[in-house]
Design a protein around this ligand. Structure first.
Ligand code: HEM
Length: 401
């Protein structure tokens, strides 16, 4: 099916995984709001902003796949339940609370680099980017080292099979839920480590969360806190290596790094679109009225490339004003882990460029673990983008030094 401007409008979700989605973002921006047969799609910055900042649209859409299991977590709640869930964990992730975490993140980053340093090469996605957040979130939730990889595997299936094979995704959520049910029982009987778990359990003891909600919170935080961050570390590093002048500037002036991380988030948005919302009253967008009861999604990655907000949006510019990018969403569902991700990215890039000063792309053939095929991607061979939504990240990034 095509729209009036000739763009394929039905497969937006499937097409967000493209190796280069720039033309998709451009055609979405040009097209403006449209109904694709099942839901409304908003892509321009002002329109996505209107969606996110407006509290009226509900997360109870009834049209999400896996509605049963997903509906239980914070991202799919409306106030007042949403406010209650958020209050149980929000303070743990506040920018101020995250400041003293730098040492823990640094220690983990050092360990991961030391493991590969003498090899003089690594596949960054599997050997670093997906490992760091799993170790950190696992530690926060008191998961023992021997369980972290297994749980990370379930988290990956939960997220990536979500639109591909919902039953596999559902089974993975169940496995995570079973693990955390047992784990929380152990925790409540005899305190085990896990500072985030301790905070959430205090919320349970104070009557803020019930037991099921506590379990869902652990499942969701573990899943949301791992794959997304891994995606940013991979795409951010690739982008920097592709822009040596920016990398050089950061090496010479570390104060440029925080804004460079924001620009990485804007330029290669790891979560390209919002979850579904449903209008609870007619919603007017530039004179067009979306009736009550309609499912709507916002394409965050396209809004981040809207020239009305970010001039020359296809240029990676570590000096640009990145304020207001939508990579972490906005409004009441604004990402709770944003400060943690920023810290992980800052510590990772600082340590990598200090400890592996000759770090560069390792061009060659690519073995894609998902399709089990060998690729040579145009122009490089050192990287390949994952062919799965809903997050956008690298499947593979080969480095040497
Ligand atoms: C680069 C990494 C990340 C990105 C790009 C990202 C992006 C997002 C986005 C776009 C949303 C809002 C979705 C919507 O409104 O439909 C969101 C929500 C959320 N994220 Fe993240 N996220 C990242 C990492 C994390 C981490 C590390 C954690 C936890 C430790 C986390 C926890 C959450 C939670 C709990 C919500 C739901 C908040 C609510 O509904 O109030 N995220 N994230």
């Amino acid at each position: 099916m095509t729209n009036q401007s000739g763009a394929d409008i039905i497969n937006v979700n499937e097409r967000l995984h493209l190796q280069d989605p720039t033309s998709l973002y451009n055609s979405l921006l040009e097209r403006g709001p449209f109904f694709n047969g099942t839901h409304w799609i908003l892509s321009r910055y002002a329109h996505v902003s209107a969606l996110l900042k407006n509290q009226a649209p509900s997360k109870r859409t009834g049209s999400e796949p896996l509605a049963g299991s997903l509906r239980k977590n914070i991202l799919f709640k409306d106030p007042p339940d949403h406010t209650r869930h958020r209050s149980a964990a929000q303070e743990f992730f506040s920018p101020k609370a995250m400041m003293p975490e730098e040492e823990l993140v640094m220690e983990t980053v050092r360990r991961l680099i030391n493991r590969v340093k003498d090899k003089r090469s690594m596949e960054f996605v599997s050997e670093f980017a997906t490992r760091l957040p799993v170790i950190i979130m696992g530690d926060y939730l008191g998961v023992s080292d021997d369980k972290k990889d297994e749980l990370a595997g379930y988290a990956r299936q939960f997220i990536f099979e979500f639109s591909n094979d919902p039953e596999v995704s559902d089974r993975a959520v169940t496995a995570l839920r079973n693990y955390f049910t047992q784990h929380i029982d152990n925790f409540l009987r005899a305190a085990i480590p896990g500072r985030l778990l301790a905070r959430l359990a205090a919320g349970y003891r104070d009557g803020i969360l019930d037991k099921d909600e506590l379990i869902e919170m652990c499942v969701f935080l573990f899943a949301a806190g791992t794959e997304t961050s891994g995606s940013l570390l991979g795409s951010g590093l690739l982008t920097l290596l592709q822009h040596p002048e920016s990398l050089e500037a950061i090496r010479n002036d570390a104060t440029l790094l925080p804004n460079a991380v924001e620009e990485m988030l804007r330029y290669e948005s790891p979560v390209p679109m919002t979850t579904m919302r449903s209008t609870t009253e007619p919603m007017e967008i530039d004179g067009l009225v979306i009736p009550e009861g309609c499912p709507v999604i916002g394409i965050l990655a396209a809004a981040n490339r809207d020239p009305e907000k970010f001039p020359d949006p296809g240029r990676f510019d570590i000096y640009r004003n990145t304020t207001g990018h939508f990579s972490f969403g906005g409004g009441i569902h604004y990402c709770m882990g944003a400060s943690l991700v920023r810290l992980e990215a800052k510590v990772t890039f600082t340590a990598l460029f200090e400890q592996l000063p000759t770090l560069r792309l390792d061009h060659g053939n690519i073995f894609n673990r998902l399709t089990r095929k060998i690729y040579r991607s145009p122009g490089s061979g050192a990287w390949y983008w994952r062919e799965r939504t809903p997050t956008r990240g690298l499947e593979y990034l080969k480095l040497k030094w």
